[in-house]
Design a protein around this ligand. Structure first.
Ligand code: F6R
Length: 244
């Protein structure tokens, strides 16, 4: 695992955007795995700025998002479909047919999960997967206790995750209880992974990832066994890591 230390969130976002822009320039047909949440917003903003200034083209790029809330239609303001439009898709030129997120209102959620997994496989798999880190160690919405063998599936969101995400809603009661998420096994099949960790509230989780044991009670721990992981973390996130 390669760890890149950033001074603050701004630098982290800059470095992460450069990482993606480089991958897109190297391979204009790259398949990107994308994340939502607070952490990648700055990265997407930087990518959008670069697109505006330097015209890095995403016209042949395909994307697969990690997750979507069950019960929120694509046009719901808090759906991850909308998040991606607001923060990235409306700002760069990835064609709509090449952008994928699970359908949180599919009539048959089990088929939707299988179908999503099939689409990823048919696209040749994910080349570079972006991840954020949950304070409880979740990646995607794979909460503690999720099997490392899981593929795309439905999860019940942990109370701590609903509380953390309530900031995006009008209170916790509006936060859905379930989500569709790529599984740990889906994530681990990505050829390369970029994990972004920012802020004091992630310091404990980052310490556990770097210095704890590998086990399903801390899902992100599996990343230490992947061949090609880069972590970009800011000083606050590294504040609990020995010699961080
Ligand atoms: C988002 C996702 C989650 C987040 C994690 C951190 O698509 O899958 O695992 O990456 O909850 O969220 P933030 O960045 O809001 O701290």
């Amino acid at each position: 695992m390669r760890i890149i230390k950033a001074t603050d969130y701004q630098e982290l976002s800059h470095l992460a955007a450069d990482f993606f822009i480089e991958r897109v320039k190297e391979n204009p047909e790259v398949t990107l795995g994308l994340a939502t949440g607070g952490t990648p917003r700055g990265t997407y903003q930087r990518m959008a700025e670069d697109y505006y200034k330097n015209h890095t083209s995403y016209s042949r790029v395909s994307t697969f998002n990690l997750d979507e809330y069950v019960g929120l239609p694509a046009d719901h303001p808090n759906s991850y479909h909308q998040f991606m439009k607001t923060h990235l898709f409306n700002k760069v030129d990835i064609p709509a047919k090449q952008r994928h997120l699970p359908n949180g209102v599919a009539s048959d959620i089990t088929s939707e999960c299988l179908n999503y997994e099939r689409l990823i496989e048919e696209s040749g798999g994910i080349d570079v997967q972006l991840l954020g880190l949950g304070s409880n160690g979740h990646i995607g919405f794979n909460e503690p206790g999720t099997s490392f063998h899981a593929r795309t599936h439905v999860v019940e969101l942990a109370q701590s995750t609903r509380e953390a995400n309530a900031r995006f809603f009008n209170g916790i009661d509006e936060v859905p209880r379930e989500a569709i998420t790529m599984g740990i096994s889906t994530i681990m099949k990505s050829k390369e992974i970029l994990l972004l960790v920012s802020g004091e509230e992630k310091a404990h989780a980052l310490r556990q990832l770097l210095h704890g044991d590998v086990g399903e009670e801390f899902p992100a721990s599996i990343l230490t066994t992947h061949q090609n992981v880069t972590i970009i973390a800011d000083q606050k996130a590294l504040s609990d890591v020995p010699h961080g």
